[in-house]
Design a binder for this molecule. Structure first.
Ligand code: ADP
Ligand code: ZN
Length: 207
């Protein structure tokens, strides 16, 4: 349900790096909906169970109960028809069918609030997030504080070596960095031409 037009479904996305407050903002919006006596259901992917089963927990220890699902196609069968607001956290870990599920929920008249990492630790757009950002009616792109210099941070720096794209639950494995301080590992993938090494301005053409 769109808060300004009751009964009209829509999608809003909260995107940013780790520590930017995505979970806090999702929890804040969902708690306000509950205060307004709207029925709320919250989902997150099972792979992320850092703190506890059945809760979304922010880095500042705000929490709200949630349903853990292993796959995107578990969301619709679990939907209570009376639910008015659907929250989804860690959306980057769902597959490419998530935007379609969110669109379906919005078409049913639900307010869908999705939070997720817009880029992985390399700075590459993450999973279904780019599509969600495109189809959402409202986008909140939020920043953390760069751990190196204190500037607004849009990137997530991985501090440990791993061959895996996703390393969940390793305390101290990530920190927030701004564009200048972010150090992507290895060479940027050829498919991501906007990535170049931090601190190295694009080469100027010599005349
Ligand atoms: P996200 O879901 O985006 O990872 P959370 O909502 O879980 O973020 O946590 C946000 C909280 O993390 C902030 O309110 C703050 O207390 C804490 N925090 C820790 N490190 C940072 C940082 N570098 N920048 C901003 N907040 C930070
Ligand atoms: Zn910085």
């Amino acid at each position: 349900m769109n808060p300004t037009r009751p009964g009209a479904g829509w999608i809003e996305v909260i995107a940013g790096p780790m520590f930017s407050g995505k979970s806090e903002e999702l929890i804040r919006l969902l708690k306000r909906a509950a205060i307004a006596r709207q029925r709320v259901q919250v989902f997150k992917p099972k792979l992320d169970n850092r703190y506890s089963d059945g809760d979304i927990v922010s880095h500042s220890m705000m929490r709200i109960p949630c349903e853990m699902v292993e796959r995107t196609d578990e969301i619709l069968p679990r939907l209570d028809p009376r639910t008015e607001v659907v929250g989804i956290d860690e959306a980057q870990f769902f597959d490419e069918t998530l935007p379609g599920v969110c669109g379906h929920l919005a078409n049913l008249g639900k307010r869908v609030i999705v939070a997720g990492l817009d880029m992985d630790f390399r700075g590459v757009p993450f999973g279904p997030m780019p599509t969600l950002l495109a189809v959402a009616e409202e986008v909140h792109k939020i920043h953390a504080i760069c751990t190196s210099c204190g500037a607004p941070a849009a990137y997530t720096q991985r501090l440990i070596q791993s061959d895996e794209l996703v390393v969940v639950g390793a305390a101290g494995a990530y920190e927030a960095r701004c564009r200048r301080c972010h150090e992507p590992e290895g060479a940027p993938p050829a498919s991501e031409p906007w990535l170049f090494s931090p601190g190295e301005p694009a080469e100027e053409e010599s005349s």
